[in-house]
Write a protein that binds this ligand. Structure first.
Ligand code: AMP
Ligand code: MG
Length: 492
């Protein structure tokens, strides 16, 4: 039985010169077993369902057995980490096995994360632990369920081999799937080494493969920058709209396709707190929820800097001016995507001048008062006439809700929408279920004693986050008290 019938062993990225990557053999783990797989992703890759439970499947996605002709590669990149340039990073524990073209003609890179050392492992061990693979697996698929651009995940395999983190944990391998894993940092690597010919090869590759329309532009590299600015603004707006905090928005964790990539200490807001910091190691709150839009711009500036030699190779100042003009479009693009998304969440169809104000007012009313996801979900029940007890009673200080409700009521009156129809629309954009930290923690605790059922439960729940699933009602609850002490760090 063929495991990945459509796998092309040569990835497109490997058509670039040798020094863009290294060929690396995965290092086996002992007695691997399947922890979980995503039926949705398996279907896209046209994997025979009967093959999934075979030992061969587990061996292939642990890296213990290579599929015919597969020549795995680890790519080199660099990036700005917490604002500082780090000259060399790279896939320290990730290998692309090959690619699969799906029925729609989309080509997916199949990557093992945690399959052993690579030349870019630096001080790391090339491994991933069960805990972190579960976090990435579930969130990738949950984001896909929310319709937010993201890398995907096919499966997790585990082994009892020990991995040393703050404590001893067991090893696991995540199979990550993405149309491209190229990061802003791939560009920065060649720019800072002044390898401008390589920089151009990379940019041409990305344009030809992923942004073919930019080839037609007067300046393809400037247009590439504009496209990435647009995709990034859109992505970060989507994060803000569901209360998602990435946690480590370094420029090496920014996808050139505007995908959410590298799930580490991420978090969804429970109580609405603008300065929510999910990464316990982020003492200054650089990557707090409310900082993400401006950090997006910082990272785009890093990318723009790296593209300057291509934007104008004769005149540095002219290149910088052109790039700056593009960067200047970020704020308004972001605001446009964000405000449109918020209007959808509030059930508003028309655009009115005071909308920004309405949104700002809502967030100041919600701050430290209500659960983010539960409030937005419940807002579809807003009555234009009436006291709205269901909503106001959620607030520690209900008067805050009342003041905002007056503005909202007046704004709704400008549109005269049908309440039943509005309610339906709002439920399609305000999820009932998100991957709250306590939910993923519970699944990890069970998995660490070899019970993987909760992973499957969450996966199936979060594939349909907008649907009422009455038997799953408790999964929409606010975190229990024990969850207050949970802490997340970069350790993975
Ligand atoms: P991250 O913070 O996960 O985005 O990782 C930053 C860099 O560290 C990347 O180059 C990773 O490949 C590398 N890295 C993270 N964990 C490990 C590990 N356990 N072994 C080798 N490299 C790692
Ligand atoms: Mg990373």
């Amino acid at each position: 039985m063929s495991i990945l019938p459509n796998l092309t062993s040569k990835t497109r990225y490997a058509s670039l010169p040798d020094h863009f990557y290294r060929r690396v053999q995965p290092l086996p783990l002992n007695n691997p077993y399947l922890v979980s797989f995503s039926p949705g992703m398996a279907e896209i890759l046209e994997i025979d369902p009967a093959s999934i439970t075979t030992p061969e499947f587990t061996e292939v996605f642990t890296g213990n057995r290579l599929l015919n002709g597969s020549e795995p590669i680890a790519t080199v990149y660099s990036g700005h980490q917490f604002g500082q340039y780090v000259p060399q990073l790279g896939d320290g524990r990730a290998l692309v096995l090959g690619e699969v073209e799906d029925r729609e003609g989309t080509t997916w890179e199949i990557q093992l994360k945690g399959a052993g050392l690579t030349p870019f492992s630096r001080m790391g061990d090339g491994r991933a632990v069960l805990r972190s693979t579960i976090r990435e697996f579930l969130c990738s698929e949950a984001m896909a369920g929310l319709g937010i651009p993201t890398t995907r995940a096919l499966c997790i395999t585990g082994s009892k081999d020990e991995v040393y983190r703050e404590k001893i944990e067991s090893a696991a391998v995540l199979t990550r799937v993405a149309t491209s894993h190229v990061r802003f940092g791939n560009f920065e690597f060649f720019f800072y080494r002044q390898q401008y010919d390589d920089l151009k090869l990379l940019a041409d590759f990305v344009i030809d493969q992923y942004y073919p329309a930019s080839r037609e532009a007067e300046n393809p590299y400037l247009d590439l920058l504009q496209q990435v600015i647009d995709k990034t603004a859109r992505l970060i707006a989507r994060w803000q709209l569901v209360g998602f905090t990435h946690g480590v928005m370094n420029s090496d964790n920014m996808s050139i396709l505007g995908l959410t990539i590298d799930y580490g200490p991420y978090g969804f807001l429970d109580t609405c707190t603008a300065h929510f910091v999910c990464n316990h190691s982020d003492h200054l709150g650089r990557y707090a929820y409310d900082q993400q839009p401006q950090i997006g711009l910082f990272n785009l500036s890093c990318l723009a800097q790296a593209l300057l030699p291509l934007i104008d190779d004769q005149n540095e100042q002219a290149a910088a001016d052109k790039a700056q003009e593009k960067l200047n479009s970020y704020q308004s693009l972001y605001t446009e995507y964000y405000e449109q998304g918020m209007r959808d969440k509030l059930g508003l169809k028309e655009v009115h001048p005071g909308d920004g104000h309405l949104i700002e007012n809502l967030f100041s009313a919600m701050e430290n008062q209500v659960d983010f996801t539960r409030f937005f979900r419940a807002l579809s029940q807003f009555e234009e006439t009436g006291e709205n007890h269901i909503l106001r009673d959620r607030f520690i200080e209900p008067g805050r809700f009342d003041r905002w409700a007056d503005i909202y009521r007046a704004r709704l009156a400008l549109e005269k929408s049908d309440p039943a129809e509005r309610r339906q629309r709002m439920r399609r954009v305000n999820p009932k279920y998100v991957l709250r930290n306590y939910l993923v923690h519970r699944a990890i605790v069970k998995a660490e004693s070899d019970d993987f059922g909760e992973i499957e439960t969450l996966l199936s729940l979060l594939t349909r986050p907008f649907d009422e699933q009455p038997e799953m009602e408790s999964y929409a609850d606010e975190p229990p008290d024990w969850a207050n002490t949970l802490e997340l760090s970069c350790s993975s």
